[in-house]
Design a protein around this ligand. Structure first.
Ligand SMILES: *Cc1c(COP(=O)(O)O)cnc(C)c1O
Length: 235
């Protein structure tokens, strides 16, 4: 697939986003498209950026490190988020190449990141990943623990809590998928309403993928993470 086809597919996904926003009575400017670039080589990722992608997500720190230098050379460097599980021994590398870590799911991990940020005298954007579907294969804090954990993370120096991330229920049952997205929105709203220090920036809802971004937007998504619909199915 060449750059122009990637551009066409990005445009088609953007049309789906705009239509879903219209159906939900939302301003389409409230929803950003993050391209999930796991397993793609750096040249394909650069094609996507040239086609207009300004927000990318990687699952593995190893891939962040491999593609980071090529992206850093660009005049208009895209924003890069880590959307996969972060092992605590990889925090330094993640900090070097990611603008936001969406997969923070424990106080221990958040404290480690905060300590590294303090040592480097910088601030980093993070999101709290919540396992809203309860599927045992998924990472993320439990919905019950998430509000208190968010307040604790938001209070850590060096971290700016930007919002919440979830992976929707893996089922064809649309009601269950929507319920998992509604759950994340309720958690965000409760945390914002707490007024606790540092929580006022926790507004983003990163949820929805190729197959279900419409449901996520209906429940308030501000970032949808799309891979397959732009790059085709992965090997
Ligand atoms: C791969 C991935 C996506 C994108 O999924 P598609 O079905 O390919 O659109 C979104 N979020 C996460 C965390 C992913 O790993």
């Amino acid at each position: 697939m060449g750059p122009s086809e990637i551009g066409d597919r990005i445009a088609a996904v953007r049309e789906r986003i705009d239509a879903a926003c219209a159906a939900a009575g939302r301003d389409p400017r409230e929803v950003r498209l993050l391209l999930a670039t796991k397993t793609l080589d750096a040249d394909r990722v650069l094609d996507a950026v040239r086609a207009g992608a300004d927000l990318l997500g990687e699952n593995r720190v190893q891939e962040l490190v491999a593609k980071g230098p090529a992206l850093a050379e660009l005049e208009h460097r895209p924003e890069v988020h880590l959307i996969g599980h972060l092992q605590s021994n990889k925090v330094n590398a993640a900090l070097r190449w990611a603008d936001c870590l969406e997969s923070v799911d424990s106080l221990d991990l958040a404290e480690r990141i905060a300590a590294r940020c303090a040592a480097a005298d910088r601030t980093l954007d993070v999101m709290l990943q919540v396992n809203t579907s309860g599927e045992p294969s998924k990472f993320g804090a439990s919905p019950e623990d998430a509000p208190e954990l968010a307040v604790q993370v938001a209070a850590l120096p060096g971290l700016r809590l930007r919002g919440f991330m979830t992976i929707g229920a893996n089922t064809p049952d649309e009601r269950l998928v929507r319920a998992s997205y509604a759950r994340l929105r309720e958690i965000r709203d409760a945390v914002l309403a707490s007024g606790a220090p540092g929580t006022d920036t926790a507004r983003e809802l990163s949820m929805g993928m190729s197959r279900d971004l419409e449901q996520a937007i209906a429940e308030g998504a501000t970032i949808v993470r799309v891979g397959t619909a732009v790059f085709g199915s992965r090997q």
